[in-house]
Design a protein around this ligand. Sequence first.
Ligand code: LUZ
Ligand code: MOS
Length: 756
Amino acid sequence: KSLKQSIKNIDSNTHVRGESLYVDDINVREGTFHAVVFDSPIAHGKIKGIDYSKAESLEGVERIFTYKDILGDNQIGGIIPDEHLFAEDEVHFWGQPIALIVAKTELIARQARRLINIDIEELPVITTAKEAKEKGSFINAPRSFNLGNTEKAFNDCEYIFEGETFSNGQEQLYIEAQGSYAEPLENGNIKITSSTQGPTAVQKTAARVLGLPMHKIEVDVTRLGGGFGGKEDQATPWAVMAALATYHLKQSVKLILNRHDDLRMTGKRHPYESTYKIGLSKDLKILAYEVEFLQNSGAAADLSPAIAERTLFHATNSYFVKNVKSTVHSCKTNLPPNTAFRGFGGPQGMFVIESAIAKAASEIGVSARKIQEINLLKENDEFSYGQIAKHVEAQNSWYAATSIFFVEELEQEVESFNEKNTAFKKGLSLMPITFGISFTNTPMNHARALVHIYLDGSVGISTAAVEMGQGVNTKMLQIAAKVFSIDKSKVKIETTNTTRVANTSPSAASSTADLNGKALLKACNSLLDRLIIVASEDLNVSVESITLKYEFVYIDDKKTNLSWTELISKAMLNRVALTENAHYATPEIHFDKTKEKGHPFAYHVYGTAITIVTVDCTRGTYEFDAVKIVHDYGKSMSEGIDLGQAEGGLVQGMGWMTMEEIAYGSNGRLLSNTLSTYKVPDVFSVPKNIEILPLETSGNEMAILKSKAVGEPPLMYGIGAYFAIQNAIKAFNPNHQLKFHAPITPEKVLISLYEK
Ligand code: LUZ
Ligand code: MOS
């Protein structure tokens, strides 16, 4: 029973049958109220007055809650306390929550919402980061990571290029919208079921807003229908609102956003406007790189400072650059507070250096592949943040990809296709990735696990891991089944609940399986040690000779008659504890923010993607022929699940780079507010051929069972799509002035094709 076998996601059966439970599927208590959020109809203004009287008198409306009903703090900001749960006298973005309408049905609450009259004095609106910077509107002070001396290094450069880039935001578009269900327990205690990546964040913020100690709030999560970062911080307000209403009404309250409300009220991936200056030697070594990132943070900090930081961490992607100066400004605008999205600022940083390389290649007249290859990160190179690169797989994955997939032949095929065709052109790009694994905020890198072995030998497991479709529960189950050597049907993964596992970090940063898996491994091993003593005493042999295999006790590899179930009974009779709790905190990592140096990541994940696209030069549309990847999974413990993560990440990244176009009006109103105006990749737009091969490697001890984190890194392969399309455009129109403005939608392609 090798772990390498491809295990199916343990949720697959209930998913297919429609039996998996999400917040909206809970059998609610009789008398449950339903809530709808009343939000700001403009992006910036002073509230002069609100008339709730008509809405309140609508039959079936129970009560409308505003900031005045908050007994604790009207504050939900995490990193910086700068965000109200409900607006008081000013609104700062279109869609900002002002009140909660609670009624007998959701429909009545929605009807009531239309009866609210609000009088607001409009104030000037800022929607772009550049404008915010010009006006001095920032979330916090800028940050800079520096290595070497760029000014001096530019003097030695044969080539120097400068330019600007833009990458747009991206909607998380979890299939399950934001939602929560709050129930009153005895003594004023409240239980919240939430679709959140961060149960502790919900508990802590609910306690703060309600003015209660945390022990009065229990948060429970079964699973999410997707998170992608959108529920790391921004699941919290809806859970807190439901809890607030439950607190006052002493009745359960359900609040599920519909898609329109969710799109309008929640933040997205941060748009970035950036400027770069890159300097190369005659032999194409990147000697110096300067970059300034303007992050469009939206109207409040949310996670923006942490995201900005990760942009700096990944500003040089997979390359070693000796002299780096990188700066990021978190710019305060009148958009919904932008938030975590798979990659967490990393993709935005990588897009800029890839743009700089593409520009340099085009100006010098060499292939970008040459520049990329020459500058790949090597063992013991220093990152701009001071970490020394170890167990580097940047070159290994690059050369594996270029040789296994015969990149030179692929390039020749593209070239000869382009010679023969005028109406269609092909483009090819390479995209290496290097992504740091750990929360960049060192104190967040910890988790706990609680394991019960029940009387009959079945096992229940609680961790801080939140299942959001990524398969983390399957991985947790594999770990317990492996340590105890029992069938997976004997293991149950419990809901993620703050009363069983407390004070947790969110399931994020690709680190959930590592942190929780390591804690779980520790807890299971402690139990195993205890059980082996029970067996050795019972069988009268030494501890060293005992092993557990396939639900039986073995002595020196010989099966005994003592089964797992009997062993548990014996342990019970001997009054041995069958419950264990363990804590894991990532060793070795540290970071000093005063120096901006340290060793923030447990390890890095590497890989290389080759992307080939065909552009229809009459229409500007495009289709991806193939994406071929060699990815560093370490030693994957769940190959099917990890492949799914890699494919999903790739396609999501391609969507960000090519078709997903968030549009806000200059008045701050979200224009791409439905799925007809916001297009995500579908079965017709995914590449015709996706091949993702594992890199042969020994894995990394810091990863759970040497199986590296796989959540976020593959998204960044999608950046290759941008440059593949750009190369196809160049093949059609040599006059095309390279622009780095993502997404590269068919409209933009068409304009570029016919630019003079
Ligand atoms: N969340 C966070 C993250 O709080 N810190 C991180 O470093 C991070 N990285 C990726 C995704 N979410
Ligand atoms: Mo995330 S972007 O790991 O919630």
